[in-house]
Design a protein around this ligand. Sequence first.
Ligand code: KG4
Ligand code: ZN
Length: 345
Amino acid sequence: MEDHPLTILAIETSCDDTAAAVVRGGEVLSNVVSSQDVHNLYGGIVPELASREHVRGIGPIVRAALHDASCAMDHIDAIAVTYGPGLAGSLLVGVHMAKGLAVRFQRPIVPIHHIEAHLYSGYLEHPSLPYPSVCLVVSGGHTSIFRIDSPTSYRILGSTRDDAAGEAFDKIAKLVGLGYPGGPHVDRLARAGNPERFQFPRGLRDTSDDDFSFSGLKTSVRREVDRLRATGATLPLEDICASAQRAIVDILVQKTMRAADREGVRAVVIAGGVSANSELRARMQEEADTRSIAFVAPRMDYCVDNAAMIGFVAALRVTRGECTTELYPPSFTISPRALRADVTA
Ligand code: KG4
Ligand code: ZN
């Protein structure tokens, strides 16, 4: 690979955000995301609609990313794209766009694992953050704890056995009649509520592993809501939200910090949409402070699904020579369910 920092066009379409970015070395030159509002009507992501929206959006989004970075395709050295995990029909749109550009402009293509990109989003914003670290990836699709040892070495410590934490926020919000996505609504209402009023379960609190479970919480909230509705009383929305949020945050903080202690890490990172949660951020910061370790919750546009993190991880891998870019014809395929990167080229 060349000596000058590579300029990478990155594409991300794993779920319901159509995203493209241009990254040069560690620097983000542009980062464009279009979120698909069409799903709000249905209270959840409709895969078929997601891929259709990606088809509509991907061309203009790639053009916008190049424009914002003041780049033409001539300036692009390589193309990075998310190959998994995610929705098959969504992943295919980004991967086909990337392959089309690679063939047309004869550029190498770097397939990137979506969760790996989330893991390093803290390092994208804070390149001097120390290793090793523990990262909690917490979104509508994922709740997993990873140990990160270097720019290209990490391993999974634990994961949810059922729902993701974001899914729990969304389902609880739906139960009490709030909009989608539910996390921001619950976060807002919880600020005025009593988190001690309802004792909702903390799944797998007493197990020694780093796994999570949120299905019991959802059932418990549903029972409480049914009981309250049967009395004819108005739902105490703020208290329900505050108590449910407390249950989710308690277990996320407890298990992440226990893993951090056991692994002896120097930093804790949270990433994914749920890391926008105000209580989660505040509690993680407090716990990290008492341990005198660094804590990073990346800025929101790097926390949610975005292409800058895809380009950043591609640059890390390529410049360290730990990833051979695929030259035309690009032969890799999508991997909708892989929890950990099993493809390095
Ligand atoms: O990473 P993301 O944008 O998309 C994926 O799931 O891949 O995460 C979306 C999730 C949704 O479940 C949403 O309810 C949740 O993040 N979320 C929040 C907050 N903001 C977004 N959950 C709790 N508190 C928030 N402030
Ligand atoms: Zn994601």
